[in-house]
Design a protein around this ligand. Structure first.
Ligand code: CDP
Ligand code: CDP
Length: 214
């Protein structure tokens, strides 16, 4: 199993970098945040109250979930036969996803999908706890960061209404698998780097540990 783990706060560049890195390396790209967003979207669709964890636990037990790879090499997740896409970036999902992701049964559900995907192909997986909890044994761990101001600007220029400070606070202070720099992770400040600049740095680091494009 080969996993390149990329973690970091909101708008640090994880998805853009992971997509490009996966293409460069010939790996598949697995966006774990999209999985937490998809579960959140389904919970909102069922009109459940996200402050009642028992309701969410029960809904998770009933959910039929499967994931796989599209032809482009990106992961997808299907929930109760639906394949959410742009719905995942809505204000409602942005506002609720960190609460939903703090629930242990939700994390177990996503983690089992991630392990299943990693058994099928070499992957670049991005999220908050990929290097610390989901694949702690991978030697290929990166943590992307950028100043709060730059991350706010980036999200705003994507045209999204997203209170990233609030999500970052919830994500880094929760009991289960909080956002943190995993032991052994290479920290990259992306504030003043281009996306290709970040990818170049990661490819160089991987080459030093003997991992080369397929
Ligand atoms: O793209 P952005 O960094 O804004 O968020 P995302 O990666 O789509 O993740 C959305 C939310 O899912 C995060 O704010 C976390 O609450 C949760 N998440 C998590 O708890 N663990 C992960 N491995 C990935 C995402
Ligand atoms: O996945 P995450 O929320 O960490 O970040 P993203 O969605 O990949 O990046 C947020 C925005 O910042 C995107 O529009 C990227 O193109 C941009 N970005 C950038 O311009 N330069 C970087 N070094 C990293 C991200």
């Amino acid at each position: 199993m080969t996993v390149i783990a990329i973690d970091g706060p909101a708008a640090s560049g994880k998805s853009s970098v992971a997509t490009r890195l996966a293409r460069r390396m010939g790996f598949a790209h697995v966006n774990s945040g999209a999985m937490y967003r998809a579960v959140t979207w389904e919970i909102l669709r069922q009109q459940l109250d996200i402050v009642l964890p028992e309701q969410i636990e029960a809904a998770v037990q009933r959910m039929s979930v499967d994931s796989g790879f599209s032809e482009s090499g990106d992961s997808f997740i299907r929930i109760n036969s639906e394949l959410p896409d742009i719905e995942l970036q809505t204000l409602e999902v942005n506002q609720s996803v960190s609460s939903v992701a703090s629930i242990a049964s939700v994390r177990n559900l996503v983690n089992s999908q991630l392990h299943n995907l990693a058994r099928q192909r070499p992957i670049v997986s991005e999220g908050r706890d990929i290097g610390s909890v989901v694949f702690p044994d991978t030697p290929h761990k990166f943590y992307l960061d950028a100043t709060p101001e730059i991350r706010r600007q980036r999200r705003a220029s994507q045209g999204q209404d997203d209170a990233i400070e609030q999500r970052d606070l919830l994500d880094s202070t929760r009991a289960h698998a909080p956002l943190k720099v995993a032991s052994g992770a290479h920290v990259i400040d992306t504030s003043h780097l281009t996306l290709e600049g970040v990818v170049d740095k990661i490819v160089e680091t991987l080459a030093l540990s003997g991992l080369h494009p397929a």
